[in-house]
Write a protein that binds this ligand. Structure first.
Ligand code: PMP
Length: 394
């Protein structure tokens, strides 16, 4: 039983606004914030260093989150590297893979800049980039089949687009990539915690902590199936077994990929947040968010003068009010009812500008969003659209 009223008590801010920007970052539950406060007030120290009891407790709690995340994702926690966010995770792969001149990467026209720019930047290292076309928010796997070549080293694709919420057939794409001898990276920024996913069939998966997993900002992880495919890109303390003036030997992974002092409170908070997601059950979260997506779609698409771009059921819903700048619409939603939505090109310029040159308004729902909030949102868009058509009305 999905107890929404009880769940919402975990997020005090929800009583002050209608938060429909969960695709950008989610709210953090009380239990995660409490765990972070406990870290600061009771035992803050550095991770992995020092024999004193505070350092031991800190290290234990930090590593506990790796275990929790591993169980949640169904993979060996030793193959999860903590990162700052999804972008950091993708860059770790992009810069850490051992490229040879003439290697090829295949991505899609559906990507967030985080899964586009790092691959574009590899041009300097002689790596070619192929970009699969998209239609209505989907790539056709047969286009991938045609694009794969003996030079393809990596295919990289998002699981769910942050503009439209469309879901890509990542398992099928993984089979194709592997049959062609290539690796695959999946950007799970919009799917982890929102829908069931099996990640052990992919070579790399970038996972944000601060979106569907409900963790604090500044957290994320990279799943690495085979560490031999990846070198470290950042050097420093905490990653070495031995250092002499002649050189160094690295600790085994994942430690070698986490130099310096990490986001210890964030990771500890993330562990508690994932436990909440586990309690809710991701299948139930998916069902709840899909229903909200359907409600929002049905509501918006029945308003004259509103164009909806996302498919029915997507909890990431892009739309525009005819003749209205997306930012102006977002500001008006906030001003009228404290409704927080995104507007513009959503860090995915190629996809968002293909829908409309100035992008879209994007409402994105989370596990804690209520049908009542969606109703207020739809009614407010209706008022804005009718005022746009008839400026004298309110
Ligand atoms: N990929 C996708 C599909 C996203 O939606 C986002 C965030 N909107 C990112 C990557 C970047 O995520 P982060 O902010 O965690 O770096």
């Amino acid at each position: 039983m999905y107890d929404l009223a009880r769940l919402r008590e975990e997020f005090p801010v929800l009583s002050t606004c209608i938060y429909l920007d969960s695709a950008s970052t989610t709210q953090t539950p009380r239990r995660a914030v409490d765990a972070m406060c406990a870290y600061f007030y009771e035992y803050a120290a550095n991770h992995g260093r020092g024999a004193h009891h505070l350092a031991r407790k800190t290290t234990e709690r930090y590593e506990e989150t790796r275990e929790i995340l591993g169980v949640f994702l169904g993979v060996d926690p030793g193959h999860l590297v903590f990162t700052k966010n999804t972008t950091d995770a993708i860059n770790m792969a992009a810069h850490g893979i051992c490229w040879r001149e003439g290697d090829e990467v295949i991505t899609t026209a559906l990507e967030h800049h985080a899964n586009l720019l790092p691959w574009m930047a590899l041009k300097e290292r002689g790596v070619d980039l192929k970009i699969l076309p998209q239609k209505n928010g989907f790539v056709d796997p047969s286009d991938l089949q045609d694009a794969l070549s003996p030079r393809t080293k990596l295919v990289t694709v998002n699981h769910v687009t942050n503009v439209l919420g469309t879901v890509q057939p990542v398992e099928e794409m993984a089979r194709m990539a592997h049959d062609a001898g290539a690796m695959i990276l999946v950007d799970a920024a919009q799917s982890a915690g929102h829908m069931p996913i099996r990640i052990d069939g992919f070579d790399f998966v970038a996972v944000p902590g601060h979106k569907g997993l409900l963790g604090p900002q500044g957290t994320g992880a990279l799943y690495v199936k085979d560490y031999s495919a990846l070198s470290i890109t950042c050097h420093g303390g905490g990653i070495v077994e031995e250092v002499t003036l002649q050189g160094f030997t690295l600790l085994p992974p994942p430690a070698r990929f986490e130099p310096g002092t990490p986001n210890i409170p964030g990771v500890i908070g993330l562990g508690k947040a994932i436990q909440l997601v586990e309690e809710l059950r991701v299948e139930e979260i998916h069902r709840h968010e899909t229903r909200l997506g359907e409600q929002a779609y049905d509501g918006l698409s029945s308003i004259s003068g509103v164009a909806v771009f996302s498919p029915r059921g997507s909890p990431v819903l892009s739309f525009n009010v005819d003749g209205m700048d997306p930012h102006a619409c977002a500001e008006e939603l906030d001003r009228r009812e404290g409704i927080c939505v995104r507007s513009g090109l959503h860090c995915a310029h190629p996809l968002a500008s293909s829908l409309s040159p100035g992008g879209t308004v994007r409402a994105s729902m989370g596990c804690y969003t209520s049908p009542g909030e969606v109703q207020v949102f739809v009614e407010t868009v209706e008022k804005i659209a009718s005022r746009k058509k008839n400026p004298r009305s309110r």
